[in-house]
Design a protein around this ligand. Structure first.
Ligand code: PGA
Length: 246
């Protein structure tokens, strides 16, 4: 399966011009990259970035959506609106939403259904906190998130992102990443049958050019969800090029 390297720009202050320049440089670099590339800007930047990426191999994604198709939800954006803006992916259940906005597995599941109905590919994030890992509960927590955050018809991407690795410069050991990705693959096979074998599993949390090849070489790691290092085109493209060394 083709590796997916996804950039999560979050609410970082790139400025409108900065976002366009970043997208343009990623687009130019994509010609010599042998994996799928995706960038996920903030809502107001979706349409301008879509026009920079039009006709290129770089896909566009959003960082969240509302579970309803439409209605009186001030400040929210529907999955269909994202699709109309040019997005083909949407990140759902990121820990900055689960923990920062109290999003439950049930809410994430409703958003996944809304995204699928609008024709978007959901990227569902799962991952344990540091306290949960230290208590030996990483698989239990991730397993629960996986069973509750989408239905048996799921056709998207899973991103394993240990909360304590996000933005911290720390990553789990290769052994731990391989173990939990193996666990996630087995759970997907159990829940979704043979279809579970074809879904991409991304690792996320402090992925950088320096550690990308090692992480991407691990069994059942089919790509990366990159935050901080996706804000510099050179770093993001270096991570994508590391696929060749993995
Ligand atoms: P990071 O973020 O690469 O800055 O750790 C990853 C993420 O939150 O998706």
């Amino acid at each position: 399966m083709r590796t997916l390297i996804a950039g999560n720009w979050k609410m970082n202050a790139l400025g409108g011009a900065g976002a366009l320049a970043l997208a343009r440089t990623v687009r130019e670099g994509a010609a010599e990259i042998f994996c799928d590339l995706l960038v996920c800007p903030a809502y107001p930047q979706l349409v301008p970035v879509a026009s920079v990426l039009a006709g290129s191999a770089v896909a566009l994604g959003a960082q969240d959506c509302h579970p309803e198709a439409e209605g009186p939800f001030t400040g929210d954006v529907s999955a269909l609106m994202l699709a109309e803006a040019g997005a083909s992916y949407v990140i759902l259940g990121h820990s900055e939403r689960r923990l920062g906005h109290g999003e439950s597995d049930e809410l994430v599941r409703a958003k996944v259904a809304a995204a699928a109905a609008a024709g978007l590919t959901p990227i569902v994030c799962v991952g344990e906190t540091e306290a949960e890992r230290l208590a030996g509960r990483a698989e239990e927590v991730v397993g629960h998130q996986l069973s509750a955050s989408f239905g048996a018809d799921f056709a998207g991407v899973i991103a394993y992102e240990p909360v304590w690795a996000i933005g911290s410069g720390r990553t789990p050991s290769s052994t731990d990443v391989a173990a939990i990705h193996g666990f996630i693959r087995r759970m997907l096979l159990d829940r979704l049958g043979a279809r579970g074998a074809g879904l991409r599993l991304l690792y996320g949390g402090s992925v950088k050019p320096q550690n990308a090849a090692e992480l991407l070489a691990l069994s059942e790691v089919n790509g990366a969800l990159v935050g901080g290092a996706s804000l510099k085109a050179a770093d993001f493209l270096a991570i994508a090029r590391a696929v060749l060394r993995a």
